[in-house]
Design a protein. Structure first.
Length: 130
């Protein structure tokens, strides 16, 4: 599946359990654009395309897709998704990962379309979580 905005291949993955716990209405599969972090949910996918095969800035494996979903919520709207964003980033921190480093790398990455917005969102998120 290609992102309707960026026209790049989206990463498709089974929706992680922590995401379904945070936002129960999430469907079985989620696809995330590695450039703009827009998400598409579905009950089926043509094939699993792992995020770590597309974007090297995010951690490999399930924690990477969890972080991509969190960034997607963050880029969509911190105001509308405040509870979900805080919960998912707290989960990432509890797993021993440092999301601030990843957000910093993404803000300088040449492969993402979120550079300007991610710095502002990162500061707001740090104020909410710390």
């Amino acid at each position: 599946m290609k992102c309707f905005e960026c026209h790049v291949e989206m990463s498709s993955y089974s929706t992680p359990g922590v995401v379904r716990h945070i936002k129960r209405e999430f469907k079985e599969y989620v696809s995330v654009c590695p450039r703009c972090f827009k998400m598409v949910q579905s009950d089926t996918v043509d094939g699993i395309i792992k995020l770590d095969e597309i974007d090297e800035e995010l951690p490999k494996g399930e924690i990477g897709i969890i972080m991509a979903i969190g960034i997607g919520w963050l880029m969509e709207s911190l105001v509308l998704n405040k509870n979900e964003v805080v919960a998912i980033f707290e989960h990432i921190i509890d797993e021993g990962r440092d999301p601030w480093i990843v957000l910093e790398k993404l803000s300088r990455s040449s492969t993402t379309n979120v550079k300007k917005n991610i710095n502002k969102a990162r500061v707001q998120l740090e104020q909410l979580i710390k």
